[in-house]
Design a protein around this ligand. Structure first.
Ligand SMILES: *[C@@H]1O[C@H](CO)[C@@H](O)[C@H](O)[C@H]1NC(C)=O
Ligand SMILES: *[C@@H]1O[C@H](CO)[C@@H](O)[C@H](O)[C@H]1NC(C)=O
Ligand SMILES: *[C@@H]1O[C@H](CO)[C@@H](O)[C@H](O)[C@H]1NC(C)=O
Ligand SMILES: *[C@@H]1O[C@H](CO)[C@@H](O)[C@H](O)[C@H]1NC(C)=O
Ligand SMILES: *[C@@H]1O[C@H](CO)[C@@H](O)[C@H](O)[C@H]1NC(C)=O
Length: 322
């Protein structure tokens, strides 16, 4: 009887061990899959405006986010349509898990599109994994290690400076024949291409084409390049200024006197005085009562007469309009 019980116990133990092994295999499997990201080869030294979609790992002040990515607070605010900008804006706290758009300049380094202008100062408690976490998965610990040649003889040292290579694409700032700015997006656990397409307001096939995906399967940690329709000044006949503003955001120009918004309804650039506390001149169109951004419609028997005062660029402190 005792022997029989013993036998049963060893059977159960064996079964449990097998189960454990199976579970271990199952859970470790995703760790061995290298996250995919969209690579754009390049051969020039030009750069383009691009965005990062940053999922805040913890509550952060705007100023902390700006420091982390080496970007101005006001530029982050503009990309996220936060207005107005005041001296206390930098102290504004955004909650963990907020998605924040970070504007970065996408350059061409060693034949691949990426941004290399972000530097990180190592703190005493940092590990490669914790630094990667701080960037919301936009860069892996392995990539930081490789770009900065971190090894046994060159370890992570507190106070040292690391280059953080951030993923970005330009694709000539065009998508489906229209102007576009590309945003790097980290796929989260449980997200599907369909869900991401719906959230961004694009189609699955568009995302597949841009990212060269053979199937609709995406995995958590993958980095997708997401085209966002943009307003471009290229067709607006501006003097000595060019600007590209993604849908749903604005950009300040002319020494912060002018605020140009890319209107979601028709992807049209609309520039008006910013109203910010800065000295601004020439905001009125010559020989007219209209201020930049104003439109005046006069109805008559023969039709209607539309008078507009439209922003046309700036140079040397002078604002042009017509
Ligand atoms: C540079 O890149 C562009 C687009 O990626 C390509 O059309 C062109 O042929 C390339 N030029 C050279 C010299 O490789
Ligand atoms: C940040 O703002 C300062 C002052 O407004 C400006 O001189 C600088 O060019 C800006 N930097 C970037 C990267 O836009
Ligand atoms: C570690 O990296 C340095 C460059 O930072 C290199 O000179 C050295 O050979 C590397 N050592 C090992 C063991 O790979
Ligand atoms: C612009 O953004 C809005 C939401 O912010 C979205 O509904 C609209 O589809 C976008 N337009 C284009 C052309 O992507
Ligand atoms: C439109 O305005 C112009 C000048 O402001 C004027 O000469 C013209 O008669 C107006 N036309 C109509 C239909 O009101």
């Amino acid at each position: 009887m005792r022997n029989h019980v013993k036998f049963l116990w060893s059977e159960i133990l064996c079964f449990l061990l097998l189960l454990l092994l199976l579970l271990l295999l199952l859970f470790s499997y995703p760790c061995h899959v290298e996250a995919k990201s969209t690579i754009e080869p390049c051969n020039s030294s030009d750069s383009c405006p691009s965005l990062l979609s940053y999922l805040l790992p913890w509550d952060s002040k705007l100023s902390e986010i700006a420091t982390r990515f080496h970007v101005n607070v006001s530029d982050i605010m503009a990309s996220n349509s936060m207005f107005p900008i005041t001296p206390s804006s930098a102290h504004q706290i955004l909650g963990a898990k907020s998605l924040v758009k970070i504007p970065i300049s996408c350059s061409c380094v060693d034949g691949i599109r990426r941004s290399m202008s972000t530097l990180y100062t190592v703190r005493a408690s940092d590990t490669l994994a914790s630094i990667s976490d701080g960037y919301g998965g936009l860069i892996s610990g392995e990539q930081i290690k490789s770009v900065n040649s971190i090894n046994g003889t060159n370890p992570l040292a507190s106070g040292g400076t690391l280059v953080i290579p951030l993923p970005c694409t330009c694709f000539n700032n065009v998508n489906n024949g229209g102007s576009a700015i590309y945003m790097s997006y980290v796929v989260q656990r449980g997200e599907s291409l369909r869900g991401i397409a719906a959230m961004i307001g694009t189609t699955i096939s568009d995302l597949e084409t841009v990212n060269g995906l053979a199937q609709t399967q995406v995995d958590s940690g993958d980095i997708l390049s997401i085209p966002i329709a943009a307003c471009s000044s290229a067709t607006l006949n501006w003097y000595s200024e060019s600007m590209m503003v993604p849908n749903g955001s604005y950009s300040l120009t002319a020494s912060n006197c002018i605020k140009c918004t890319c209107e979601a309804m028709n992807i049209k650039m609309r520039c008006v005085p910013s109203g910010l506390d800065v000295p601004c001149y020439n905001l009125r169109c010559k020989g007219s009562n209209l201020i930049i951004g104003d439109e005046y419609v006069e109805h008559s028997k023969t039709g209607c007469n539309v008078s507009q005062c439209v922003y046309r660029g700036h140079r040397g402190g002078k604002i042009f309009s017509r």
